[in-house]
Design a protein around this ligand. Sequence first.
Ligand code: AMP
Length: 443
Amino acid sequence: MDVLIIGSGGREHALALALRRSPRLGRLYIAPGNAGLTGVAERVALNPSDCHAIVAFCQRERIELVVVGPEAPLAAGLSDDLAAAGIACFGPSRAAARLESSKGFAKDFAREFGVPTAAYRRFTDREAALAYLEVRQAPIVVKADGLAAGKGVVVASTIAEGEAAVLAMFDGAFGAAGAEVVIEDFLEGEEASFFALSDGVRARAFASAQDHKRVGDGDIGPNTGGMGAYSPAPIITEAMTARVMREIVEPTIEGMRRRGTPYRGVLFAGLMICADGPKLIEYNARFGDPEAQVVLPRFEGDLLPWLEASARGALPDRAPRFSSRAALTVVLAARGYPVAPTAGTEIRGLERAAALPDVTIFHAATRRENERIIADGGRALAITALGDSVTEAQRRAYAAVDLIDWPEGFCRRDIGWRAIAREKSKAASANAPSDESLKTRRA
Ligand code: AMP
């Protein structure tokens, strides 16, 4: 089967490597891809948002499946245009992708179909939004309604901060995305990302992960597209997976089906695991980046039939299988990211780093100049390692990072800290003398 992947990030590199392993794969194209794709997929110079040109390319090359990485082409209706041309697409229709492209829509939908989420109100008027803030308590969360590359959310620790966020959004800080604002209650708990595949009717739990959005160690500084991640999320136990499927994913898929806008593709639920159970923070209509770089390396088997079955409405009854090992990824970004990344600097040492066992290097904003790899934007690389624990995966990932020679780049040094602290305390309690042995010792 000939496949086209849409996108240019580490997520799409991870999709390409996973699909490459399929014995059923024919030709693999990626539009536009990045410097890491050489030898993996054939790069095509198409703009991911130019639906017309993508459909024309697919018809010319007889592409049978298109796998869409990022959200913007989905919100622009790429899946619908491909469907109209009879081409299968892994990724929801424009109407179903509204779960991500409008936070207000997602909140109303969650309320209608009983998906647990924070109490909220939607506003198109600044005075009404400010008046609502007056009667709420801090911390409080202010969100631009539309797509804002993961940056349109302010968790305000005071009402005054919330007011400033409301004013900034209505003043156009996020462009058209902020013409409507959602204000919602702050949820206390531990965050996790949950991925499920759906074919419009059925849903299958796929995998979980946790990411690090802030730029600095200790989860401080501005939000980014993501500085690292690990999978599985220790908090998403088997019992929690069943609960998330029952309380969040299944009502969502059923609700979309009943509305006449069936959801096909991967449903990414951003969750807060609260004392009284999982709550939805947001929906995304695609894999996360960098979550894909930890979820897909753990996937066992042939990914291609799963993506095709989701696109064509025929998911099998069995569950997808994953390695029980942990995967952890560290993002290397150009200095100055996320505000003003320096561009055009050379990255060396990638072969040595990639040669380490259980290590994979995913490219994002990179280009090739002759044989040199040049950083071409903010997040350049994601270095993923597998291990028998998150601690081991982290050690391997940083060993690889330390072999990369890129003085103009930086990364966080604490990716996975929460899971590693858990592993340490588990090991300590396993080694601690039991009450019985203490009694014997005292005697
Ligand atoms: P979102 O883009 O909606 O996922 O929000 C970005 C980040 O803001 C999330 O990953 C959370 O860390 C935080 N956040 C969003 N909504 C809430 C909420 N209701 N309570 C606490 N934190 C939130």
